[in-house]
Write a protein of this length. Structure first.
Length: 536
């Protein structure tokens, strides 16, 4: 018996491939093996779904038992001696793989799953060198499941992960197994496809072979050509943990990254396919400074020197209007809040689109497509920014009235044409062009969240790290870096030299952040010690 936090947990001890391990009673063999770094081949098993023990790949030998046991459903008993690499277990896997290849096409060179395919991996590791079947392979061809999903019945190994996902997680019940024996295929019900299921894209992720394909990713890239980076979805305030896959400095797909506290193994389709803005080609790529000839390209040093001089001249009557960005991190907005404080406080606000309703994942109710359609609204709330405007992200910007205006990220496309003329000084930090910036005095190019290190705060007050997946332009800088130089120029402390220092500076602007260190934010994030945001 072991005790944690005053609660007794009964444990059992077993030996797997000669390694002794102790796990809670009820742990399945496949999970116990994973705990000590021993992988057991499997197809139908997925940690986020029920286990039907139907693929027969995970058979292992348990000493004293007369037959092999499926590791995905067999729980560990005290004293078990388990062998995953005995001759019996290996022979069973070889036989199972041979049956899978009887009808499976050998089309790895043109399959989108190549390089990520469990069948490919297992056959390469311990499959037969040559097939023995002389009968022709049965042919089903492709079927369009609707939405973004294509189904290739020839490649399907009937693991039923997709069927169980639509029954247990999305609970749309859109897929089923039809026919029997070697004619079995996955199919939708009559003319009803998976469109309308907001979580359907996950079935492509969990398919262990190339049977389920994403139309969006189809033939875009090979898996081994992709660079994959841990990040956080920017589609809403849920903060789903994701991986950003890039090729040639372009985002080609987003995939969920497991986090049991936030999104389990899943993400919604809105977030999954909402990445094209990261590849836009109308990016700002050089600092612009207003001269007698209008906005003119300039180097960073002369632009910043001139901007600091202007701010010093105006600081006495600043009363700034500061517009933050819920699409950028705590570091960027925290330094913006600090600059506002140096300039006299003024009015801090931000705008954000909101959906009409939340879309909750039935099988994992703490996961939802949240109403707030930006990742860091809660972070701006902590930093003292006020949300304004309508649910479409428009309106709410007060008149400039001779004030210093600092804009971070907001396109201001709904602002009146002469809005900037009423301001004493307009400074814009943005990553893409907008006609509303034509009246600005300084337009400075900054990175998106996908081009820098930083943190978001999700709807539940969890601080989560994102990392750079794309290379920024040669003259593009993180907003926190630009704002830090301005603060240093105004004698408000040294400029942060790293994201960690910028995060620490942001903590000065919010007591809720002050107790959290950058190094404490692990790959799964860290909750704030006090409730920081009302659930959206």
């Amino acid at each position: 018996m072991s005790t944690q936090a005053g609660t007794a947990t009964e444990t059992v001890t077993c030996t797997i491939n000669g390694v002794e391990t102790t796990v809670p009673r009820g742990t399945r063999i496949i999970e116990a093996a994973e705990e000590i770094g021993i992988g057991i081949a499997h197809y139908c098993y997925h940690p986020g779904l029920s286990a039907p023990a139907m693929c027969r790949m995970c058979l292992v030998e348990v000493e004293g038992q007369g037959k092999l046991a499926p590791a995905c459903v067999t729980t560990v008993a005290d004293g078990n001696v388990i062998l995953t690499e005995s001759e019996k277990a290996k022979e069973a896997r070889r036989g199972t793989l041979e049956f899978y290849l009887v009808n499976h096409p050998l089309d790895c060179p043109v399959c989108d799953k190549a390089g990520e395919c469990k069948l490919q991996d297992y056959v390469h590791a311990e499959g037969r060198g040559h097939g023995r079947s002389v009968e022709p392979k049965r042919v089903f061809g492709q079927d369009d499941f609707g939405g973004d999903i294509l189904y290739d019945g020839d490649r399907c190994i009937m693991c039923t992960r997709c069927v169980r996902f639509t029954r247990e997680i999305s609970q749309s019940d859109r897929l089923n197994v039809v026919q029997r024996g070697n004619r079995s295929v996955i199919d939708t019900f009559f003319a009803q496809g998976v469109e309308g299921d907001p979580w359907a894209g996950n079935i492509v992720d969990i398919c262990p072979v190339g049977a389920l394909l994403s139309k969006d990713f189809l033939h875009k890239a090979r898996a081994w050509d992709l660079d994959s980076t841990s990040s956080v979805c920017s589609g809403c305030s849920q903060g789903c943990n994701i991986r950003i896959d890039t090729r040639d400095n372009l985002v080609v797909r987003l995939r969920p990254r497991p986090n049991p506290e936030v999104n389990s193994y899943w993400m919604c389709d809105e977030g999954r396919y909402g990445y094209e803005w990261l590849n836009r080609n109308d990016r700002l790529d050089t600092p612009l400074v207003r001269t007698a000839d209008g906005l003119t390209a300039a180097g960073w040093q002369p632009a910043m020197v001139r901007l600091v001089e202007r701010l010093k001249a105006e600081v006495a009557a600043a009363n700034p209007l500061v517009i933050g960005s819920p699409m950028l991190g705590l570091e960027d907005n925290g330094l913006l809040a600090a600059l506002a404080g140096v300039l006299g406080g003024g009015h801090r606000l931000y705008r954000m689109r909101r959906a009409t309703d939340e879309v909750v994942c039935p099988g994992f109710p703490t996961l939802a497509r949240r109403r707030d359609l930006a990742p860091n609204g809660a972070g701006l709330d902590l930093l003292g920014f006020e949300r304004v405007g309508a649910d479409d992200g428009r309106g709410g910007i007060p008149p400039a009235d001779g004030r210093i205006v600092i804009v971070l990220g907001d396109t201001l496309e709904d602002a009146p044409a002469d809005w900037a003329r009423e301001a004493r000084l307009v400074i814009v930090l943005a990553n893409a062009t907008s006609s509303a910036y034509d009246g600005a005095d300084f337009v400075l190019p900054v990175t998106t969240f996908a081009e820098q290190d930083g943190t978001f705060v999700n709807h539940a007050g969890r601080v989560q790290r994102f990392r750079p997946a794309l290379r920024a332009g040669a003259l593009t800088r993180p907003a926190w870096q630009v704002l830090g130089v301005l603060l240093a120029g105004l004698d408000a402390g040294p400029a942060p030299g790293s994201p960690a220092q910028a995060f620490q500076r942001a903590g000065v602007e919010s007591p809720a952040l002050a107790g959290l260190a950058w190094d404490e934010i692990g790959p799964l994030g860290a909750p704030l010690q006090t409730a920081t945001a009302e659930a959206r």
